[in-house]
Design a protein around this ligand. Structure first.
Ligand SMILES: *Cc1c(COP(=O)(O)O)cnc(C)c1O
Length: 360
């Protein structure tokens, strides 16, 4: 890619209309974020220079953590360098030998890696199958219990039944780690995420979200009870043993939180585009998977066919990623179409026309 992230990208000197970023609000190249990043670098320098606990934790990190905690409706928050590292850190710090982690089979790879690294016993349930999850919880022996789930599943776009998951946590005295990589900034009141979407709050919930998707910058955070955050700060190895992110990123992210909170019209536009895409796909031989979010996967099934389709789109100036096993289960290769508030109705129309042409 030889252009900033946006619906209009340049790849190897050719322009494309792109439907594969997670930049759901179009903030990655927003002038106010660029200005905040420049101002942050001018004031705080290029790099943090040390891990948080060794003198790398600066004013902007701290201020951003306080704003993120308030945004997530939690008493405290902790910044991580990436979402991948946040998930590794939480599961490893809170569970170990003798504990049990319960996980949806379609969870993100970082949650899967996290539970293996934790050395806890692992119990995976079929996607969304809370009857099976309840059985696994009932069979469970001693130790701590942690249920982990994507809030919006990254390759499917569907939303986890978080109220029912929380009810099971209460029934079986378990913790719930919610990975809101694709809900933060997009779902809920003023973009506050999937917990807000469901009106859910509980001290049992450990909320994690990434800051490189809708927030348009980089990084991740975990928001939870103060005692949980204190535990992570001392025991999450992916927090303790790594250099803090550049403080300028935190300056940019505080600007991003404001843009997210003011982004109701962008979110309304995004939801119109989702409806337009779903209506326009009716009658096509392939079907969109059941999703109400900006992730709209078109299920193709066969690996070669999905690559051919992605290639056909590319020849027509459209960039849409083909996703194949092992990222998704065997036989479910798909085009992962993602929409952004930065797309126009005309952009979606172009994609629909190309897909109808290729279907013929
Ligand atoms: C992208 C993603 C992550 C990882 O976040 P990064 O900040 O990119 O490391 C974690 N979980 C889910 C569900 C994701 O989609």
């Amino acid at each position: 890619m030889h252009s900033p992230q946006s619906p209009h990208i340049v790849v190897d000197a050719k322009p494309y209309l792109s439907f594969c970023s997670n930049d759901y609000l179009g903030l990655a190249n927003h002038p106010q974020l660029i200005a905040a990043l420049q101002q942050g670098a001018a004031q705080w320098g290029a790099g943090a220079g040390a891990a948080h606990l060794l003198g790398g934790h600066s004013g902007p990190h701290h201020a951003l953590e306080q704003q993120l905690a308030a945004f997530a409706g939690k008493p405290a928050a902790l910044l991580f360098s990436t979402g991948y590292m946040a998930n590794l850190g939480v599961v490893q710090a809170l569970t170990g030998k003798g504990d049990t982690v319960f996980a949806d089979k379609l969870n993100h790879a970082s949650l899967n890696d996290a539970m293996l690294l934790s050395r806890a016993t692992v119990r995976r349930y079929r996607h969304g199958d809370l009857v099976q999850l309840a059985q696994l919880l009932a069979e469970h022996g001693g130790g701590r219990k942690l249920i982990i789930s994507d809030a919006v599943f990254s390759m499917d776009g569907d939303i986890a039944a978080l109220p029912a998951l929380l009810a099971l946590c209460e029934q079986y005295d378990a913790w719930l780690l919610v990975d809101d990589a694709h809900g933060f900034g997009v779902l809920g009141e003023r973009g506050h995420g999937t917990l807000s979407h469901f009106g859910l709050a509980s001290p049992r919930i450990i909320y994690m979200a990434t800051l490189g998707k809708a927030a348009g910058v980089f990084g991740a955070f975990v928001a939870a009870e103060q005692v949980v955050v204190d535990t992570l700060l001392n025991h999450a190895r992916s927090y303790v043993y790594t250099t803090a992110t550049p403080p300028a990123l935190s300056v940019a992210l505080m600007q991003s939180l404001q843009l997210i909170a003011q982004g109701d019209s962008q979110r309304a536009h995004l939801y119109q585009l989702i409806a337009q895409l779903r209506e326009g796909m009716a009658g096509l031989s392939w079907s969109l998977m059941p999703s109400d979010t900006a992730i709209q996967p078109l299920l193709i099934g066969d690996n070669r066919q999905v690559l051919a389709l992605s290639e056909g789109l590319r020849e027509r100036g459209l960039w849409v990623a083909a996703v194949r096993p092992p990222t998704v289960p065997q036989g479910t290769a798909r085009l992962r179409i993602t929409l952004s508030a930065a797309h126009t109705e005309g952009d979606v129309e172009r994609l629909l026309e190309a897909l109808h042409e290729l279907a013929r």
